[in-house]
Design a protein around this ligand. Structure first.
Ligand SMILES: NC(=O)C1=CN([C@@H]2O[C@H](COP(=O)(O)OP(=O)(O)OC[C@H]3O[C@@H](n4cnc5c(N)ncnc54)[C@H](O)[C@@H]3O)[C@@H](O)[C@H]2O)C=CC1
Ligand SMILES: O=C(O)C(=O)Cc1ccc(O)cc1
Length: 284
């Protein structure tokens, strides 16, 4: 399906795609490109990569598909660097968590005959680097692909097929709609988890290390606060408006719950918790 895949940013997301496509026999050669050479060496040792090249322009030579999986803000910079050397027919795609920022910039960087298609696998963990990657990360998950009116139909089909071969269902979505939806289901929970850990850390009325006393519930709730700070900095910078909207909406719910606690309204408290329990239980 893909003769030579170049992965730029061989971490959890790029490494897992490489592993999944190799297991599916959907790729010939996999070339890794990353600014961290130690990470690339590990990628070859682990069998994720066939070889690596540190210089992006050299690394993408002869690739039919280039997958960019670096933090969101760096994606257009990386794509601008490689664009002039890509051969006609090359498809450039990405796995970044924010789509409007990436797609709007990258579509305009493509030379004649080279096509960009935005994508985002809705699957990940709080761990980073090629050593955290695994072949089944995308199995049975969704990977959203975000075409626009500028997208080449054959390139779109190839990117959709790539994710299918990696094990995904592949819904198509407008980049702006994607960013609004992801703000609610992914970006808001991360903002809340990071805030909760910082709040409890800063709540020092007992003069001790409160976090050391936390048990299962706190740790389950805040697992995602162990995610990479640079990745989340870039998401907060590039999906600003949608994240602000969901944070404000969430603050309304917290204020509502606060008022129920303040009023000691047993019936309303129980109804608030019951609705949440039922909705969550239904998605498990
Ligand atoms: N971690 C997750 O659960 C998910 C992450 N994503 C997105 O996928 C992308 C990658 O995330 P991860 O794989 O988790 O990160 P990661 O930290 O595991 O891997 C990123 C790799 O990119 C390299 N890198 C950073 N800047 C670079 C640059 N300018 N040039 C070349 N290499 C560079 C780093 O050295 C690292 O090896 C991000 O855009 C993120 O928003 C999407 C879905 C899930
Ligand atoms: O660790 C988890 O459960 C996540 O939520 C992973 C994740 C992080 C960012 C994304 O854009 C998509 C998935």
């Amino acid at each position: 399906m893909i003769e030579r895949l170049a992965v730029i940013g061989v971490g959890l997301i790029g490494g897992s795609l490489a592993r999944a496509l190799r297991e599916a026999h959907a790729v010939g050669e996999i070339v890794g490109i990353d600014r961290d050479e130690e990470n690339l060496r590990r990628g070859v040792e682990l069998g994720v990569l066939d070889r690596y090249v540190v210089d992006p322009r050299e690394g993408v030579q002869g690739a039919d598909v280039v997958f960019v999986s670096t933090p969101v803000c760096s994606i257009p910079t990386v794509v601008a660097e490689i664009a002039p050397v890509l051969k006609p027919g090359t498809i450039v795609t990405d796995g970044g968590s924010v789509k409007e920022f990436v797609v709007a910039a990258c579509e305009n960087l493509m030379p004649e005959g080279v096509h960009f298609v935005g994508g985002h696998p809705i699957s990940g963990t709080e761990h980073s680097g090629v050593q955290a990657s695994f072949a089944t990360l995308y199995q049975g998950k969704r990977s959203i692909v975000t075409p626009t009116e500028k997208t080449d139909p054959a390139a779109l089909e190839k990117v959709v097929e790539m994710w299918r071969r990696a094990g995904c269902r592949v819904p198509l979505m407008d980049p702006v709609q994607h960013d609004r939806m992801l703000a609610a289901i992914s970006h808001l929970p991360h903002m809340v988890a990071y805030s909760l850990v910082n709040a409890v850390d800063g709540y020092d009325r007992f003069g001790g290390d409160l976090l050391a006393f936390t048990a299962g519930g706190f740790r389950d709730f805040t697992r995602i606060a162990s995610s990479d700070p640079v990745m989340w900095r870039d998401i907060a910078l590039t999906n600003r408006e949608a994240i602000l909207e969901t944070m404000d909406f969430f603050a309304g719910y917290l204020a509502k719950l606060r008022s129920l606690v303040e009023a000691g309204d047993a019936q309303a408290l129980e109804a608030f918790f019951l609705n949440s329990k039922q909705k969550r239980d239904a998605i498990l």
